[in-house]
Design a protein around this ligand. Structure first.
Ligand code: M6P
Ligand code: ZN
Length: 187
């Protein structure tokens, strides 16, 4: 049996994506994403790529974990800034994304190489079924801000994506964002 929790309330700034009270904040910089982009990042410094503001609860199957993610605008080569992307350690755990601000794409892939790219913009609710790896990509000029909620025992498995990548990349084309095959994808 899990412990009984007290009800609690958090406040999300719908534009900035920050969460009060601040409990669990994770920053990912370009150096944390080494090897995930086709091209080596040019220029100096180590820019912030995204921040996750967690609303932590015990990691059990009867709780719902949630967080906001603020993904900065930017590119490495032609690839837009993106999250690392993960599968769930407990593979069949599902997740919901609700976008608050900005413009993005949600890239989803199964172990069989099935792939989908879904739109993200203010108001979209993306359903991420179990067994689909997921990564969000900021294709706009402003921060992409979204709220995520998932079964709290899901866990994050980054290894497969770090090793194989996603089957497709989201890149800046002449007429806007384009989805292209990832030349380095190995399923
Ligand atoms: C969303 C959720 C989180 C995840 C975050 C960043 O907020 O899916 O669980 O941690 O995005 O994505 P990643 O963990 O792949 O870097
Ligand atoms: Zn997830």
């Amino acid at each position: 049996m899990s412990q009984m929790l007290e009800p609690f309330t958090s406040l999300v700034d719908l534009r900035l994506g920050t969460v009060e009270p601040r409990r669990d904040v994770v920053e990912r910089r370009l150096s944390d994403m080494r090897g995930m982009y086709l091209e080596e990042p040019a220029g100096g410094g180590d820019p912030l790529v995204y921040t996750v503001y967690g609303i932590p609860v015990p990691e059990t199957g009867d709780n719902v974990m949630s967080s906001t993610t603020v993904l900065e605008p930017g590119t490495v080569g032609r690839e837009f800034y993106m999250t690392k992307g993960h599968r769930h350690e407990v593979r069949d755990r599902a997740e919901v994304y609700f976008t608050l601000a900005g413009e993005g794409r949600l890239v989803l892939a199964t172990d069989d190489g099935d792939v989908r790219v879904e739109e993200m913009h203010r108001g979209t609710v993306n359903y991420v079924p179990g067994n689909w790896a997921h990564r969000s990509v900021n294709v706009g000029g402003l921060p992409l801000v979204f709220f995520a909620a998932y079964v709290a025992d899901a866990g994050h498995d980054y290894g497969t994506i770090e090793e194989h990548g996603f089957p497709v990349l989201v890149v800046a084309g002449d007429g806007g964002p384009e989805v292209v095959d990832n030349p380095r994808y190995s399923g």
